[in-house]
Design a protein around this ligand. Structure first.
Ligand code: CP
Ligand code: NVA
Length: 300
C-alpha cells in the first residue's frame, strides 16, 4: 500500500487525533463552514457489491454539493462481475478517478483494492466493519449529548460489522461499551481485544437488560445483515428486541440509534424508532456531513 495515499479503511487503523480532526471537519461541513477546495472538481467511483440507500445517496449528494461528482459502479455491471481482479480494477480506476468508495463482502477485497489503488479508498461497509456509519453515529451522539468519554453505550442484538466499528470507536473515544448478543453472534474477538488494548471497558453479555441498564446510548441493527447466509436468526434474536421496556432500563436521557434500514417489529419497535429518544434521522443525515469530512481529509 502506498503510504502517502490517505485511505479510510477502518477506525482501528487511525490515531485518535486524526479521527477527531475528521469528525470536526464533518461538523464544520454541517454548519456550512467546511472547506470544499480539496474535493471540488474531483471524481469519486463508487463500487457496490451489496445494496445501499444511505451510503449511495449521501456520498453522491455530498460530492455534488462540494463541487465534485461520482461514478456509480454496480459490480454486476462491470468487468469485476466477470472476473477481472480487484487489483487490476484498482489500477485502472486510479487512472480515471480521484477516490474509490467500495461496499463489499470480504474485508480482503477492500484491502486488496487499497493495496493496488494509487488514489484513496473508502470503506462503505464490509462484512467486518462499517466505519463511515460509526463516524456519523459519533457525530450524532456528540451533537445531542457531548463527548462520548465516560458514557455507557449499549449494543443489543447481532454482534456484526457495525458493532465491530463501534468497538473501535470505544477504544478511541473512551466510552464503556456493552454488547448483548446471543452466544453464537458475539462480536469480532479481534475488535474486542483491540478496544480493550486501547483501554476501553468492554462488557460482553447475553442479557440485553444488563447492557442497557443505565446506558446513555442504546443501539441495534438488523438481525440478518446483507450477505448473511443464516436467515433463521429470529428465534435466537427475538429476546434482543429494543422496545419500550428495554429503553426504560437505560438512563432517562438515553438516545436510541440504528444505522438503518430498520426492520420494524423485529430488532426495534415502532414506539422506539418513532419515540422521543430516537435520533435515527439525524444519524442518517450525518452520514453525508461526516463523509464530506472523510472526503476532504482523503483528498487533501
Ligand atoms: N446505514 C447504511 O449504510 O445504509 P445503506 O445500506 O442504505 O447504505
Ligand atoms: N449490518 C448491516 C448494516 C447495513 C447498513 C448489514 O451489513 O447489512
Amino acid at each position: 500500500m502506498r503510504s502517502s495515499v490517505k485511505h479510510f479503511l477502518d477506525l482501528n487503523r487511525f490515531d485518535t487525533p486524526t479521527l477527531r480532526h475528521i469528525l470536526d471537519l464533518g461538523a464544520a461541513f454541517k454548519r456550512g463552514e467546511g472547506d470544499c477546495a480539496a474535493v471540488t472538481g474531483k471524481m469519486l467511483a463508487m463500487i457496490f457489491e451489496k445494496p445501499s440507500t444511505r451510503t449511495r445517496v449521501s456520498f453522491e449528494a455530498g460530492m455534488k454539493q462540494m463541487g465534485g461528482d461520482v461514478i456509480m459502479l454496480a459490480a454486476g455491471d462491470t468487468q469485476l462481475g466477470r472476473g477481472e481482479t480487484i487489483a487490476d480494477t484498482a489500477r485502472v480506476l486510479s487512472r480515471f478517478v480521484d477516490a474509490i468508495m467500495i461496499r463489499t463482502d470480504a474485508q480482503a477485497k477492500l484491502t486488496e483494492l487499497a493495496e493496488h489503488a494509487s488514489v484513496p479508498v473508502i470503506n462503505g461497509l464490509t462484512d467486518e466493519s462499517h466505519p463511515c456509519q460509526v463516524m456519523a453515529d459519533i457525530l450524532t451522539f456528540e451533537e445531542h449529548r457531548g463527548p462520548l468519554a465516560g458514557k455507557v453505550v449499549a449494543w443489543v442484538g447481532d454482534g456484526n460489522n457495525v458493532a465491530a466499528s463501534w468497538l473501535h470507536a470505544a477504544g478511541h473515544f473512551g466510552c464503556e461499551i456493552r454488547l448483548a448478543c446471543p452466544q453464537s453472534l458475539m462480536p469480532s474477538k479481534a475488535a474486542v481485544e483491540w478496544a480493550k488494548a486501547k483501554g476501553a471497558t468492554v462488557v460482553l453479555t447475553t442479557d440485553p437488560a444488563e447492557a442497557a441498564t443505565g446506558a446513555q446510548l442504546v443501539m441495534t441493527d438488523t438481525w440478518v445483515s446483507m450477505g448473511c447466509r443464516d436467515k433463521n436468526r429470529h428465534e435466537i434474536l427475538s429476546p434482543y428486541q429494543v422496545n419500550d421496556a428495554l429503553m426504560a432500563k437505560a438512563a432517562a436521557d438515553a438516545l436510541f440509534m440504528h444505522c438503518l434500514p430498520a426492520h420494524r417489529g423485529e430488532e426495534v419497535t415502532d414506539s422506539v424508532m418513532d419515540g422521543a429518544q430516537s435520533v435515527v434521522w439525524d444519524e442518517a443525515e450525518n452520514r453525508m456531513h461526516v463523509q464530506k469530512g472523510i472526503l476532504a481529509w482523503c483528498l487533501s
